[in-house]
Ligand binder design. Sequence first.
Ligand SMILES: [Zn+2]
Length: 316
Amino acid sequence: MSKLRTVFLTLFALAGLVAGTEVSAQGELPPMQIEQLTEHVYRYGGLTNGAFIVGSEGIAVVDGQVCGSNGTQWLKEELARRFDVPVKYTILSHDHEMHICGLEVFSDTARAVSHVNAKPHIIREGRRTAIPEITFDTTMQLDLGGIEVVLLYLGPTHTDNLIQVHVPAEGVLIAVDFVREGKSLAMPELRDADVVNSIKALGILGRMENVDIVVPGHGGVTDQQAFLYFRDYLQALRERVLDQMVAGKGIEEILEIVTMEDFSDYGWFDLWVRSNVIGMWELLYHYREPTEGAGAYESEFPIGFPVGEVDKFSGP
Ligand SMILES: [Zn+2]
């Protein structure tokens, strides 16, 4: 066999290996499914949950699917086959790409809606989705004909642009990435999050009226109590990490002391508690001014005027 032929055969085998890997990676995604929750509201998805609401004049699709999964194109074909009204709106729960990929497939009939803070992130960071055409700040209502959808923004929480999608007449709340089924940690790490306002917003959602079914962005449907479970965990985590920082402890010691063991019956606890402690420490380190003499919590950087420069700033 010539040397050149050997090289070609090797390349061919490698290409086959790569193609095979791609197929099996795609194959690992859960199959796409649609589940009717109430008269007008459906959950759909594979790895992540999206939803859609069907009125007499049109459909609103909440969120896309994981990039590369082709899930939104699959949904488009299913909706065309099942209903005789067009998709009028696509609603982006927030800018995180895993939840919004592929929504541009609906751009022939639908206008994309998001919180006002989501649009610049989507453009600046090149998210693969529809560019929002309609944005709002605090609340917005969409009438689909016989069914109303209310979009709510409760301030910065999981991101600075996460919204809640409420269908009050049917008691459904679509709450992506802010809650998981039952007792569960809801965020792997706290990157991008505003913890203080999240604690407040989780309390509001836990007590909101007309909510019987909560649809998280991942996993099974749940109820309002799930918001309060996560709120209790987040609040305890914040207080315990801050207590140790005030006592002068650094992150290594905090990881030893703050075990959150009393929350170990929560879903995802074993996998995420450590990254949550680190995330909380980082947030508090950057956003809380330490009390003087609080050891490891104090800034390592000199923040006063340099010696000899003070007179320049003290005025005549
Ligand atoms: Zn997210």
